[in-house]
Structure formats: structure tokens, C-alpha cells
Design a binder for this molecule. Sequence first.
Ligand code: FAD
Length: 416
Amino acid sequence: MKTDAIRMRSASPLATGDPDGHIQLHGLLDEAACDRLLSERELTLRTQIREVVAADVAPRARELDQSHTFAHDSYQALAQAGFGGLLFPRRWGGTEDTNVAYAVAMEEIAAGCAATSLVFMTQMHAAYPIWQAGSERLADRHLPGIIDGSAYGALAITEPDAGSDVASMKTRARHDGSSDIYRLSGSKTFITTGDKANVLVCFATVDPRLGRKGITAFVVDGDSPGLTRGNPFHKMGMHGSTTAEVFLDQVPVRADHMLGSEGSGWQVVMASVVKSRISAAAQGVGIARAAYAATLAALRAIHGRTLPPEALFALADLRGQILQGRLLLLATARDVDHADNPSRAQIGIMKQTCTDLGFKVSTAAARILGPYGDLADLGVERCVRDAKVTQIYDGTNEVQRLLVGRETTKQLEELE
Ligand SMILES: Cc1cc2nc3c(=O)[nH]c(=O)nc-3n(C[C@H](O)[C@H](O)[C@H](O)COP(=O)(O)OP(=O)(O)OC[C@H]3O[C@@H](n4cnc5c(N)ncnc54)[C@H](O)[C@@H]3O)c2cc1C
């Protein structure tokens, strides 16, 4: 076999083919080895979310991508169906589900529309630190709205000169000596939903000389005086999700809107990235699945039910890779459910492997389809564009390798 690109010159109808017809093929990747790892509740949840995704999320994905429209309606469908607070206590509208259930849900949403999954996960990323480190009053005030979808949240860590190196952030929080007010000044960049968030979990330093020991987290109301936002960036992918700068000029924040205490923001970041890396990894598996399903749909449209051997070979490779990624995702999420202190290296391996999977499978699918992989209507080129950023955010994949490398060095030192 000289190439695994499938010849389909006679397939011009594909150029205007049904872009969402492939959704029904997703069930073909339900592997028994993975399903056995899921509880009855997790399997039921998957079925329920898959129904909402098929009805209200996937059919909008191409249009949102092409028109660069925020995935408000798609996200609202998920929130109104009761999926907006999977990990959260019932008292705030959550469903107290497992991290595995969350990973399964994220995979389903990403398989239908990756940008909607980015909106969905950002809601969780904003709500989680409020639940974990905020007062009950703060949680009562903000969690119900984020969970039921009536409010949008954002997690604002990255700055123009501080992304991977979080500890070098420059946004300052200065205590106004005469009152219980802190004033936040600085700028944040690449903030998902940052242009429209009603509430932002914003990280600042009380003293840059303290490095990570100065980092402090605050809950900032979106309509605070002194808070302004940039226009959403024009991006390669994830067009249904917005990414923007946020500027803070002496923004007053009450001391009781601090998460934890002065200097405890680093712990808040570290607890948050465990969840956010599950989110990104699940996106990788979901996008890989979408690329596989789109490829299978295209091949079926050309060849009918009997695919040529070279197509079956190529699909077998992709299916095997997706199975491996999903097993790693579910096993790591299950460990996070049970371990008091889950291994950061293991989480890094999951994040890196599963997001690399999304990009690799998408580009392989584009190669298999030859020129048809380039057509927007088939959805594979969208998978390639959407997958790329999952390798970058929530800790770049180089940073994940760095974390794993540190653990390897430690292991070697302990051997001596
Ligand atoms: C679409 C999108 C959405 C985002 N959403 C959010 C959000 O909601 N909230 C938020 O706070 N941030 C968000 N980010 C920011 C994102 O998390 C950061 O861009 C990312 O962590 C990388 O940090 P950086 O931008 O400083 O890049 P840098 O750290 O400058 O990285 C540049 C390059 O250098 C590499 N590199 C960096 N350090 C090392 C090292 N020590 N060893 C080897 N290589 C290294 C990186 O891997 C990368 O390839 C988002 C980004 C994007 C693109």
C-alpha cells in the first residue's frame, strides 16, 4: 500500500454532504473495555448527554464555527438539561457526580462541538475554586448562576508575561489600609469567556517579590468599576468560544471576596489544574472521535458498507489510538476520584497524551480523506483547528513533559 489516502475523486456529493450525519456513528466507538469502567449512573449520564448533544449541540457546530458566534444556545441547552454542575453539591444545583462522569460528559460535548465544550468547561473552571476555597456566602452568591447557566464565569490567570510561569504574574492586589477593600491593577490575557463573564476568578500578587507565595485569588464581579475587556481574539479554532484580554485599573474587591487567604492562590491554581487537565484531555478524546466519525461517514458515502482494505487499516489505527486515549482518561479521572493527592505527573501524562491524540487523529483523518479532508463541510478540518489549542492551554504539553521529567529525576534520586 503506497499511501493510506483514500481515492474518492468520484465523490463530489461529499462536498455538500450532511456534516452532522456522522453523529450517529459515534456509538461505534463505545468500546466494551471502556464501558466496563463506568458505573450505571455514568453510563446513563452518557446516554442523556449524547441525546442533548445530538439534538442541540452538534447541529449548530459548523455554523458557530463559520460565523464565529458564541455557543450560548448550545451551552444553555446543556445547562437547562441539568448538566451544568456535574461535580458540584446539590445545594447549589449540582449533581454530585464523579470526575469520570465529568470526563465522559466533556468527551461527548467535545465530540459534538469542541467550542461548546470549551464554554462548558470554563464554567466549571470558574466555579470550582469558588466552591473549594471561597466562603459559603460567596458560593451561595455565585455558584447557582454559573451552574444553571444564567451567569458566565471566567478563570483569569494568564498575563502577557506570565502563562506557563504563573509565579511571575504582575497583576497587583493592594490592600486599602483604611477599609476591607483590595484594589486590583494589571492585565490578563487569553481569558476564555473573558469578554462577557459576569464573574471572574482573578489571580493577583500581594507582593511580586514573594513569587508563588504572594499569589492570591479573588472573585471579581464583571461589572466592577475599573474592569474593562478587550474584543475577542481572532483564533485558529474554537470559534464558538471567546478569548479576550481583561484589564484591571484599581478594581475594588472586598476582602471577603478573597479565595482562601493572602498568598494561598498558588494552592488554588494547583487544585484547579487537576480538573482543567481532565477537561482538556477529554476534549482531545472527543475531538479525535469526531474526526474518526466524520472520516467513517465520508468513506461510507463513497464506498457503501464495504470499505477498501487500506481504509479499514487506517481506521483500525485510529480506533486503537482513541481506545488507548480514553482508557488513560478514564483511569486517571477515576484516580482523581479516589486519591487524596493524585500524581501531577500522571495527570500531565493524561493531558499531554489525550490532547496530542486529538490533533494526531484529526490530521491523520485529513490525510486519509485527501483533498476532502480540507473541505469545511466534512468537519475534519475543524477538528484539526480545534484540537491544536488543547495542546496549548491548561498547561502546554511541553510543561506537562517538564512535570513528568521532574518526577523522573526525583525517582532517580531516590534510587541512589
Ligand atoms: C484559546 C485559549 C484559551 C485560553 N484560556 C485561558 C483562560 O481561560 N484562563 C487563563 O488564565 N489562560 C488561558 N489561556 C492561556 C494559556 O493557558 C497559556 O497561553 C498557556 O498556559 C501558555 O502560557 P504562555 O501564553 O505564557 O506561553 P509561554 O509559557 O510563553 O509558552 C510559549 C512556548 O514556550 C514553551 N515553554 C514555556 N515554558 C517552557 C519550559 N519551561 N520548558 C519548555 N518549553 C516551555 C511552551 O510550551 C510554548 O510552546 C488560554 C489560551 C488560549 C490560546
